[in-house]
Design a protein. Sequence first.
Length: 159
Amino acid sequence: MSITIIIFIIIIGLLLLLIDVFFLPGTFVVGIIGGGLMVYGIYKMFQYHGNLAGGLTLVLTGVTAVGVTVWGFKTASKNKDIVIQSSIDSKVNTVNRDNIAVGDKGKTISVLRPNGKALFGKHKFEVYSQGDYIEIDTEVEVIKIAEGKVYIKQINITT
């Protein structure tokens, strides 16, 4: 096998690996094929052209693969179309205590198994029962607010 064909195989493998990393992340199939082609090219260089040519090919392929990958990541990080430039500053499970307090009464707007949604005034909240199954449109009362969670109990209406 000629050196030109072996180098061509390695270049195709490197391109497939880069396509997998930058354009098809998470699929791995193209990257595995690319890696396999690079290993095959290096193996053939050892087989047909000896240890010196094989060793040089191994080192040059490794250095090229790492160098092109680092260059690709640096280039991609500067491209505003590829990299998300915004940051998330919102918080999960925050309860505005101005809108709800212990003792407030409201109505479930979903089934609680044991959590769901309830309406208190004009505000919807994710609420948690104490393990009870509570039907939709049931009157509930806030019994505790802790760690961003609103705990409720069903109001027993006696007639």
